[in-house]
Design a protein around this ligand. Sequence first.
Ligand SMILES: NC(=O)c1ccc[n+]([C@@H]2O[C@H](COP(=O)([O-])OP(=O)(O)OC[C@H]3O[C@@H](n4cnc5c(N)ncnc54)[C@H](OP(=O)(O)O)[C@@H]3O)[C@@H](O)[C@H]2O)c1
Length: 192
Amino acid sequence: MELQKLAAGNQRISLHRLDITIPEDIKALVWELGDESLDVLINNAGIYLEKNEVKLGGIRYDDWLRTFEVNTLGGVRVSEALLDNVGRSEKRLIVALSSHMGSIADIGTPGSYYYRSSKAALNAAMEAISAALRARDIGVLVLHPGGVATRMGPSGGITTAESVQGMRRIIDNFSMEQSGVFLQYDNTMMPW
Ligand SMILES: NC(=O)c1ccc[n+]([C@@H]2O[C@H](COP(=O)([O-])OP(=O)(O)OC[C@H]3O[C@@H](n4cnc5c(N)ncnc54)[C@H](OP(=O)(O)O)[C@@H]3O)[C@@H](O)[C@H]2O)c1
């Protein structure tokens, strides 16, 4: 609804239906885009199914698998499918929205098993993809947007405007030597 409103007032926005866990949806998107070039592919979709904390003894393995399907496999599936479109562009950049909760070095409290492990796995996959794509001159950035007051994030978090402005700055200034880094929205380096 919000996207439709945005697109209605801007001819430069086109909307495509996509569930990143459904291969047929991704195929349809690839077909719809055809030869179009994609300067920056931003893998933003994510889920956090544990907001009401899960305790040991109460792990729901189906929720954990679903979290992996969206947060880890989803971004990789879409990136793989749209690689040629990104490769055709000038900017040639793939961005993955990860989280500070994907930093293994940062874990000091219990819980968030599904979300943390899914983002740590996303980080590992994107780091390896960045190594694979260096020869094709396609860059990869892993970003932590900050604690943002969205549906998912903390109500006392920073605004989406502040987060997005910071990430846009990083994307605008991206150069290939930075490929494979993990940065927070304010350009500080994140520990893996
Ligand atoms: N907010 C924070 O504090 C925070 C902190 C660290 C990292 N992040 C990361 O930032 C990204 C954006 O999160 P957010 O805070 O904006 O969360 P959000 O408000 O819950 O939005 C999540 C978005 O992901 C989409 N999505 C979920 N599953 C999908 C699927 N299978 N296929 C396609 N789209 C799907 C949702 O689409 P629908 O609207 O259609 O459901 C929604 O647009 C996520 O990757 C999240 O992990 C957020």
